[in-house]
Design a protein around this ligand. Structure first.
Ligand code: MG
Length: 265
């Protein structure tokens, strides 16, 4: 009996040893192969798996300072962003569900100073037609200005819903954008109105005095002014870029909506 139990234990130890050795042998080459993981999906392109990893890195802010969608992932981003079958609209709607749940626990204070700050480009208004036409290439300031001047960006439906819910709950809503005030104020305002964002409390654009500042610097300064000089309390802050949500006076809570098309430092 004792010998039988000892033999059984030895068998289990042997099995465990074989299992661990097998795992080590299998995983060692994989670890070595994946060690030089860089920003771009490993070549040759492995299909959507690598691009999904890339998108998660982008959204989690692990990847920074990228200039274009990596070439192997352009078809993936087309599919992801598709207004017809893409996952993008569902992801934005899910993010907005979280915003509504948070806002639903709260109503604005009677003093009229509770506010939300929403970014404009690819938070309220979609630039998808422009970036699709340019195959998600590098940012071109002149071409983007020409596109934005047309004032034809579609509204992002879930964000229109958020906007009207916030207004209905008595929050001030400030729209904060790095667009140049002197050239894009009029088309941006008319575009917002046409896209369903009517009755916001202020559209804050980048004036000439803030040229050359990073998005974090400019938006921090504008939010700080709202809070420290005008007495507002920022309850929620929404953007498609991490630079919308970092710096000073970021608000009680920040929400990131997806954007795998470009990166703004
Ligand atoms: Mg934006």
């Amino acid at each position: 009996m004792v010998l039988a139990v000892a033999a059984a234990l030895d068998q289990r130890r042997l099995s465990l040893l074989v299992f661990v050795s097998t795992v080590f042998l299998i995983s060692a080459p994989l670890s070595a192969a994946s060690a030089p993981w860089t920003f771009w999906p490993p070549a040759p392109a492995r299909g959507d798996e690598g691009c999904l990893s890339w998108r998660v890195m982008v959204e989690a802010n692990n990847a920074k300072n990228w200039r274009t969608v990596p070439a192997p992932c352009i078809p993936y981003v087309y599919n992801y962003m598709s207004p017809v079958w893409g996952q993008y609209a569902r992801d934005v709607a899910s993010a907005v569900d979280q915003m509504l749940a948070y806002a639903g626990t709260d109503t604005a204070a009677d003093n009229g100073l509770d506010a939300w700050v929403l970014d404009v480009d690819d938070t309220c208004l979609s630039n998808l037609p422009y970036y699709q036409a340019n195959h998600f290439g590098a940012y071109d300031p002149a071409a983007f200005r020409a596109w934005a001047s047309k004032g034809i960006c579609p509204g992002i439906p879930a964000m229109v819903k958020l906007f009207w819910t916030l207004k209905g709950r008595g929050f001030k809503v400030f729209l904060l954008s790095g667009r140049a005030e002197e050239t894009l104020a009029a088309p941006t305002a008319s575009n917002l109105a046409a896209a369903g964002f009517a009755g916001y409390d202020r559209l804050i654009l980048r004036g000439v005095g803030h040229r050359g500042e990073s998005s974090v610097e400019f938006k921090s300064a504008m939010r700080r002014r709202l809070e420290e000089e005008e007495g507002y309390r920022i309850r929620g802050n929404v953007g498609d870029q991490w630079s919308d949500l970092q710096g000073h006076s970021t608000g009680d809570r920040v929400f990131k909506v997806p954007n795998p098309m470009y990166f703004v430092p």
